[in-house]
Design a protein around this ligand. Structure first.
Ligand code: NAD
Ligand code: ZN
Ligand code: ZN
Length: 346
């Protein structure tokens, strides 16, 4: 079968022929219908050797939907042909976190050498993907695969980040989304569907601002010298109750702390390498709280899929054949993807 493989960090992934895996024990083989391309894939490809604990070669692709193609003799649960999405942040499988569906915060994460499917373990940018346990599969019914795949990371990570600061998003509050790409355009929809907050959006691309408006943002602006003032003006001057930063560079972290209301919440999701210095006394808003959410839990993935099936979430996608992976990576790198790029085996 064909697979998009990372052979060494710092090198472009290549489309190569590998053997189709056969499920053993509790493993399940999934025939891939769609695999999303995340900005994290670029961080993985471009990152300096040793920055991540992975040991290439492995197949990329951590947002995967498909149907059950074969079951190991001890696999429990799904039926052949059932359509599923993969819960991706595989952990050790045994610790208190993993056994309660919170593999994203596996107690042994530091020892594992991987972060999940397609992140150190063979992923779904291929014709088939091997899943270690059936419990990592969430049924999707008739949800289209190009919708379901991105929901397993872009959707789930946004949902989990918002869940962590939901207490700050009651009536009359304001949330700001920085970076309206794959994750950000879903975060806007999740905020609109699950909170009464007014939603402000920030990006460096006009096209992303149009996407923000289409997905329900009340206000959208380019990031520039007076953006903090423009955002504050939208809150009547008090500041923003919660900021979701899907970029995470020095500029966006500074903007986030400039616009936060006292007691506000900042969730940094993006991995662009920015730093935030805590100094007391200092200029950070009093009482502000910082979270660094990673992916999401298995029950939350089921909630995201249910939300999408109810019609509340729509992933804006650009589809590419699996053989067009190099073009898709190139377009993402140049900031030309609208919403999410999705690879479909051809
Ligand atoms: P994306 O490329 O689809 O979207 C990023 C958006 O940010 C684009 O619209 C881009 O124009 C915008 N942007 C870039 N620089 C900006 C700036 N200085 N100010 C404002 N906007 C800017 O990326 P994505 O797939 O949505 O991922 C976003 C980030 O989240 C990446 O860093 C990715 O690695 C990270 N991520 C983290 C987790 C997690 O669990 N914490 C999960 C998935 C992705
Ligand atoms: Zn991702
Ligand atoms: Zn664990």
């Amino acid at each position: 079968m064909r697979a998009v493989r990372l052979t060494a960090s710092g090198q472009e992934p290549t489309l190569t022929e590998v053997e189709r895996p056969a499920p053993r024990g509790e493993e399940v083989l999934v025939r891939v219908e769609a695999a999303g391309l995340c900005h994290s894939d670029l961080h993985v490809v471009d990152g300096p050797a040793g920055a991540l604990p992975y040991r290439p070669p492995f197949t990329l692709g951590h947002e995967v939907a498909g149907h059950i193609s074969a079951l190991g003799p001890d696999a429990d649960g799904p039926a052949l042909g059932e359509r599923v999405v993969l819960y991706g942040p595989w952990g050790c499988g045994d610790c208190a976190r993993c056994t309660t569906g919170r593999d994203n915060y596996c107690d042994r994460r530091g020892e594992l050498g991987w972060h999940g499917v397609g992140l150190g373990r063979d992923g779904g940018m291929a014709e088939y993907v091997l899943v270690p346990f059936a419990r990592h599969l969430v049924p999707i019914g008739d949800l289209p695969a190009d919708q379901a795949a991105p929901l397993s990371d872009a959707g789930l990570t946004s949902y989990h980040a918002i869940a962590g600061l939901r207490h700050a998003l009651g009536d009359g509050t304001t949330a700001a989304v920085i970076g309206v790409g794959g994750l950000g355009h879903l975060a806007i929809q999740i905020l609109r569907a699950t909170t009464p907050s007014s939603v402000l959006a920030v990006d460096i691309r006009e096209e992303a601002l149009a996407l923000a408006h289409r997905t329900g943002a009340h206000f959208a602006t380019l990031i520039q010298a007076d953006t903090a003032r423009a955002l504050r003006a939208q809150t009547g001057g008090v500041g923003v109750d919660a900021v979701l930063d899907f970029v995470g560079n020095a500029t966006t972290l500074e903007l986030a702390t400039e616009v936060l209301r006292p007691g506000g919440e900042l969730a940094v999701v993006g991995s662009a390498g920015g730093r935030l210095t805590v100094r007391k006394p200092g200029v950070l808003p009093p009482g502000f709280r910082l979270s660094l959410p990673f992916w999401g839990t298995r029950p939350e993935l089921a909630e995201v899929i249910a939300l999408a099936r109810s019609g509340a979430l729509h992933v804006e996608t650009e589809q590419f054949p699996l053989s067009g992976a190099p073009e898709a990576f190139g377009r993402l790198r140049q900031g030309q993807v609208r919403g999410r790029a999705v690879l479909v085996p051809d």
